[in-house]
Design a binder for this molecule. Structure first.
Ligand code: 13P
Length: 260
């Protein structure tokens, strides 16, 4: 057993509808209700319009739910954005920030990601901050430079003494961009090397909870490869895209994390 409690988060991305969500929630409730997998923390992140549905279906289970993004700003004339205080209002415990799809498609910068981390800290929303290199960056030997830069921005936010967030509410997710939705997973050894680098970087930058911080792996995690990845000493669970939409697959991944 690892000292850090494994965490598995499902990032549904822009998928789902009321009827299919209900089927998924029903299956998760049946299998992951409070008693069954206490060794793993499970978070489900549907699109914003379905957060209320997640609250209704998961509120009385041990399964937490979260948002896929949050605004870096408190409130005001920002059409389409959702603030951290609104998430708290709904009872939402977690937010993913800095996903590579937002970095790439919405042009989010490291500074904006850091501001989102700060906003979560201000409001006590647990944060799952994503980092990861593109294929081009990996092939150019720049993986550590990119991860280091992304981690440094996040740590700068985490070190703000005015907004302490307990270590168990700070999660990083290493998601190599080339592995997302491609079926091409990092090998357990590649994931471990990146996770070890990230943990060391957190410590070097002065984040004193580096050893307690969960670092998730994301990118084509499936039931078949989850156990191998989660067995690595610095891999503390997963951020799951496609496979989180299929109840049996997601539950199998949760069990793999529980057994790691
Ligand atoms: P896939 O599991 O579909 O590759 O997506 C990973 C991801 O981006 C999770 O945030």
């Amino acid at each position: 057993m690892k000292a850090r409690k494994p965490l598995v988060a499902g990032n549904w991305k822009m998928n789902g509808d009321i009827v299919s969500n209900e089927q998924l929630f029903t299956a998760l409730r049946a299998d992951l209700g409070r008693a069954s997998v206490p060794q793993v923390e499970v978070v489900v992140c549907p699109p914003y319009p379905y957060l209320g549905q997640a609250a209704a279906w998961l509120g009385d289970t041990g399964i937490a739910w979260g948002a896929q993004d949050v605004s870096a700003l408190p409130n005001g004339a920002y059409t389409g954005d959702v603030s951290a205080s609104m998430l708290v209002d709904l009872g939402c415990q977690w937010a993913i920030v800095g996903h590579s799809e937002r970095r790439q498609l919405a042009g989010e910068t490291d500074e904006q990601v850091a501001a989102k981390v700060s906003m979560c800290m201000t409001h006590g929303v647990g944060v799952i901050a994503c980092i990861g290199e593109t294929l081009e960056e990996r092939e150019a030997g720049r993986t550590e430079a990119v991860l280091g830069r992304q981690v440094d921005a996040i740590v700068a936010a985490l070190l703000d003494p005015a907004r302490p967030l307990p270590a168990e509410r700070v999660v990083l997710a290493y998601e190599p961009v080339w592995a997302i939705g491609t079926g091409r997973t990092a090998s357990p050894e590649m994931a471990q090397a990146a996770h070890r680098f990230v943990r060391e970087r957190l410590a070097q930058q002065g984040y004193r909870h580096a050893g307690a911080t969960r670092i998730l792996y994301g990118g084509s995690v499936k039931a078949a490869n989850a156990a191998g990845l989660f067995a690595m000493p610095d891999v503390d669970g997963g951020l799951i895209g496609g496979a989180s939409l299929v109840a049996d697959d997601f539950l199998a991944i949760c069990r793999a994390a529980a057994g790691a």
